[in-house]
Design a protein around this ligand. Structure first.
Ligand SMILES: *Cc1c(COP(=O)(O)O)cnc(C)c1O
Length: 404
C-alpha cells in the first residue's frame, strides 16, 4: 500500500524530457485526435468577398485595384513611405539587393541561421553570401561579434569594405528577424555605417514586429516582407519591398513589372526587367488578411502566455521571450533546450510527431548546405549550438483566438 501511494510522484520526477515537453504542450494543445500544424492560415474576415470580386470582374491578374490598395495599407501599417508588392518574398529580396547595388563578385553578409531564401537571393545577383553568427537573445546577427570580425578581416578602400581574404567588396548586410523577433538593429545599423556596408532587412517573418517602436523592415535602405501561406498573414504567395526612398520605390516597381514604359498600347521595355508582379487576386486575399492582422497579433501574444504558463515547470527548457524594447509578432513560438545532448532534439520531435503535434527544428545552418559549403563564413558556434537546441511549436493564431 505504501509503495503504490508513493509511486506516482516518483514516476513524475523521473519523467524524460520528451515526456515533460509533451505534457506541457498538452495543456495548450489538448485534443489528442487533432493534428496541430506548425502554422495555419486563418480566413475569418472578408477573404471570400474580395477574392470573389476579382473573379466576378475578371481582374485576377495584372490589372485591378487590390495591388494599389494592399500597398497603401502596408504603408499605413508599417509606416514605410513606400510598399511595392511582389510575387513572393524571395523575389522581393532579389530586387532589394539589386537596388542596394549588389552586383556580380560582391559578398553580402547573411546570418547562417536563416531560411535558404536569404542566401539564394544573394546568388541571384551573382554575389556570394558571407555567413555570420547570431546571438541567443534575439536569434539575429550578433552586432558585437560582427564588428570585431570585420575589424580584423576587412579593410576600407575608396569607401568600400573589402574582405582581406577574398579581395571582394562586402557590399551589403541582410539581417533577418528570426521567427518574427526583431534583431538588434541599433548595433547593426552602427556597424553598417562604420564599415560602409548597405543594410537591407529580410523582414519576411516580421510583419507586425516593432523595434524601439518602429516597424521591422523600415530600418534599412530597403526591407522585404513575405506573405507566403505559412507566415503571419498570407496572400497565397506574395511579398513586399519597403523603402523610404521614393526613387528606389519607383525603380522597384519598374523592375518588378518587366520594365515596361507606361503607354496605352506600345510594349516598350527600357531595360531587362522581371515578372515579379503580385497578381490582383493575391493582393485581394492580402488586403482581407491585413485587416485582421491586429487580431492575429493579439492571439499570438495570448498563445505565448499560454505556453509560458505550461512550460514553467519544465526546468531543462526555456521559452523564447520577447527581446527588450521590442514587440515581436511571435510568428513562431520557440522552445530552447538549455543543454545539447546528442539525439535529444530528434527524440522530442519524433515523439511530438507521433502525437500529431508538428513541431519543427530551426533550419540547417546555411554553411552546412551543399550549395554554400564553399561560401565565406566566420566562426558560427552560437548558430550551430542553437540549431541543435531550437524547437518551434505550433503557433497558429487560431490556437488562442478562442482563449481571447
Ligand atoms: C519566408 C521567408 C522568405 C521568403 O519568402 P517567400 O515569400 O516564401 O519567397 C525569405 N526569408 C525568410 C527568412 C523567410 O522566412
Amino acid at each position: 500500500m505504501i509503495v503504490t501511494s508513493f509511486k506516482p510522484s516518483k514516476v513524475e520526477l523521473g519523467k524524460s524530457l520528451p515526456d515533460q515537453v509533451l505534457g506541457a504542450l498538452r495543456q495548450v494543445l489538448p485534443n489528442k485526435n487533432k493534428t496541430y500544424p506548425l502554422h495555419e492560415p486563418e480566413f475569418s474576415g472578408r477573404e471570400w468577398e474580395y477574392v470573389k470580386n476579382c473573379i466576378e470582374t475578371g481582374m485576377v491578374s495584372s490589372v485591378g485595384t487590390y495591388v494599389d490598395k494592399f500597398e497603401r495599407m502596408l504603408e499605413e501599417f508599417t509606416g514605410a513611405k513606400h510598399a511595392v508588392a511582389v510575387v513572393n518574398g524571395t523575389a522581393g529580396l532579389h530586387i532589394a539587393l539589386k537596388l542596394a547595388g549588389v552586383q556580380a563578385e560582391d559578398e553580402v553578409l547573411v546570418p547562417a541561421l536563416t531560411f535558404v531564401a536569404s542566401a539564394n537571393a544573394v546568388t541571384y545577383c551573382g554575389a556570394s553570401p558571407h555567413f555570420v553568427d547570431s546571438e541567443e537573445q534575439t536569434f539575429g546577427i550578433d552586432p558585437d561579434k560582427l564588428r570585431e570580425y570585420l575589424r580584423k578581416n576587412t579593410k576600407q578602400h575608396s569607401g568600400f569594405c573589402i574582405n582581406r581574404r577574398t579581395d571582394k567588396v562586402i557590399r551589403a548586410m541582410l539581417p533577418m528577424h528570426t521567427f518574427g523577433h526583431p534583431a538588434k538593429m541599433e548595433g547593426l545599423l552602427k556597424v553598417a555605417r562604420d564599415f560602409h556596408i548597405v543594410l537591407v532587412e529580410d523582414a519576411a517573418e516580421a510583419i507586425g514586429s516593432f523595434y524601439h517602436g518602429q516597424h521591422t523592415g523600415t530600418f534599412g535602405l530597403l526591407g522585404v516582407l513575405s506573405f507566403n501561406g505559412n507566415k503571419t498573414i498570407t496572400s497565397g504567395g506574395g511579398g513586399s519591398i519597403l523603402t523610404n526612398d521614393s526613387a528606389l520605390a519607383r525603380r522597384a516597381k519598374h523592375l518588378t513589372t518587366t520594365s515596361k514604359l507606361s503607354h496605352s498600347w506600345e510594349y516598350r521595355h527600357d531595360e531587362i526587367g522581371y515578372n515579379y508582379r503580385l497578381p490582383n487576386i493575391n493582393a485581394a486575399l492580402g488586403c482581407a488578411q491585413l485587416e485582421q492582422l491586429p487580431c492575429f497579433l493579439k492571439a499570438k501574444q495570448k498563445l505565448y502566455g499560454l505556453y509560458q504558463k505550461a512550460f514553467q515547470g519544465v526546468s531543462d527548457v526555456t521559452l523564447f521571450s520577447q527581446p527588450e524594447k521590442s514587440r515581436s509578432n511571435f510568428w513562431l513560438q520557440t522552445l530552447i533546450l538549455k543543454k545539447h545532448r546528442d539525439g535529444e532534439l530528434s527524440t522530442i520531435l519524433k515523439k511530438l510527431h507521433e502525437e500529431k503535434i508538428l513541431a519543427r527544428p530551426a533550419w540547417i545552418p546555411m554553411h552546412q548546405l551543399a550549395p554554400f559549403k564553399k561560401s565565406s563564413h566566420m566562426d558560427l558556434r552560437t548558430t550551430e549550438s542553437m540549431a541543435n537546441r531550437i524547437l518551434n511549436l505550433p503557433s497558429s493564431p487560431s490556437l488562442a483566438t478562442k482563449a481571447l
